[in-house]
Design a protein around this ligand. Structure first.
Ligand SMILES: NC(=O)c1ccc[n+]([C@@H]2O[C@H](COP(=O)([O-])OP(=O)(O)OC[C@H]3O[C@@H](n4cnc5c(N)ncnc54)[C@H](OP(=O)(O)O)[C@@H]3O)[C@@H](O)[C@H]2O)c1
Length: 258
C-alpha cells in the first residue's frame, strides 16, 4: 500500500529509542522527513546512525519536552532545519511516581503531567497554524491502555487519560481544517532499554511467566513495529475518516481492565 506521504515533514518527540524510534523508521520508510528529539545526545546519535541510510532528511534535536522553554526550542529547531511540520507524533511519556493516591505527592502528580501532557499540548498548538493554513495535518498522541482503561500508577493513568481527552477535543475542533488528531494506546511492548525489558531482566522467570499468563492474551509481550506502522497509516489519506479515536495496540491486553 503506497501511503503517499513522500516529502512530508514529521516531528517525533522521544524518537531516539523504543516506540518513537520505530515511528520515525515507519514514517521514513514512507518517504517522510523526520525530526526526532530526546535528552541524551549519545542515544540520538545512535538512532541517527540507524536512520541515516533511509532516503529522507533526518535531524536530531537535544531537548527536554517536560520543560516548556525547551519544547518551544525543539519545535523552532525542527522547523528551521526540516521545514514546516505536517505530522506531529507526541510520543514522550513516563512517570514521576509509581504509587497510588496516598503516596503520590501533588508535585509528582503534576510532574507526570509535565512529561505526558503539557509539552505535547504545547506542540499541538505550535503546529496547528501551518496545518490549518495548508488544510492538511496529522497529530498522533501516544497514550497507553493505562489511561484508556484502568492500570499503572495514578499520575501516569490520569495524565494519559487527559491526553486522550485532549486528543478527542482537538479532533472535533480541527477536523474542518483537514487536521486529523488521534491517539494510540499501546499495551506492554518490549524494546531495548525499555521498561518491559527491565521488568523481564529484573524479575525471576516465574514472576514474568505469571505476568504474561495473567495479562497478555497473545502469551507474549508486544513489539514496536505495529505501533510505528499504525502511525504511518494514520498519517496518510488512507485513514482520512479516522479522527478523535484512541486505538489500542495491545494484543488484547486491555480487555481485562475496567
Ligand atoms: N513500551 C510500552 O510498553 C508502552 C506501553 C504503553 C504506553 N507507552 C507509551 O509509549 C511512549 C513511548 O514509550 P517507550 O517505551 O518507547 O518509552 P522509552 O523507552 O522511555 O523511550 C522514550 C523516548 O523518549 C525520550 N524522552 C524521555 N523523556 C523525555 C523528555 N522529557 N524529553 C524529551 N525526550 C524524552 C527518550 O530519550 P531520553 O531518555 O534520552 O530523553 C526516548 O527516546 C510513551 O509515551 C509511553 O508512555 C509505552
Amino acid at each position: 500500500m503506497d501511503l503517499k506521504l513522500n516529502g512530508k515533514n514529521a516531528l517525533i518527540t522521544g524518537g531516539s529509542r523504543g516506540l518513537g524510534k520505530q515511528c520515525a523508521i515507519s514514517l521514513a520508510n514512507e518517504g517522510v522527513n523526520v525530526a526526532i528529539c530526546g535528552r541524551t545526545p549519545s542515544t540520538l546519535d545512535k538512532a541517527m546512525s540507524e536512520l541515516k541510510d533511509l532516503d529522507v532528511n533526518v535531524i536530531t534535536i537535544v531537548g527536554d519536552i517536560s520543560n516548556l522553554d525547551e519544547t518551544s526550542q525543539i519545535y523552532q529547531t525542527a522547523v528551521s532545519k526540516l521545514g514546516p511540520i505536517d505530522i506531529l507524533i507526541n510520543n514522550v511519556g513516563g512517570t514521576r511516581s509509581r504509587e497510588d493516591i496516598a503516596e503520590t505527592k501533588l508535585e509528582d502528580f503534576i510532574g507526570t503531567f509535565d512529561i505526558n501532557l503539557f509539552g505535547g499540548y504545547e506542540l499541538m498548538r505550535l503546529v496547528i497554524p501551518h496545518m490549518r493554513q495548508q488544510g492538511w495535518g496529522r497529530i498522533i498522541n501516544i497514550a497507553s491502555i493505562w489511561g484508556r482503561e484502568y492500570g499503572g500508577n495514578i499520575s501516569y493513568m490520569s495524565s494519559k487519560a487527559a491526553l486522550i481527552g485532549a486528543t478527542k477535543h482537538a479532533a472535533v475542533s480541527l477536523g474542518k481544517y483537514g487536521i486529523l488528531v488521534n491517539s494510540i494506546a499501546p499495551g506492554s511492548i518490549v524494546h531495548s532499554q525499555g521498561s518491559w525489558e527491565k521488568f523481564q531482566n529484573n524479575n525471576p522467570p516465574d514472576v514474568v511467566k505469571k505476568f504474561i499468563e495473567e495479562n497478555l492474551p497473545l502469551g507474549k509481550f508486544g513489539w514496536p513495529e505495529p505501533v510505528g506502522d499504525l502511525v504511518a497509516f494514520l498519517s496518510s489519506d488512507r485513514a482520512g475518516t479516522i479522527t478523535g479515536t484512541c486505538i489500542p495496540v495491545d494484543g488484547g491486553q486491555g480487555i481485562s481492565m475496567i
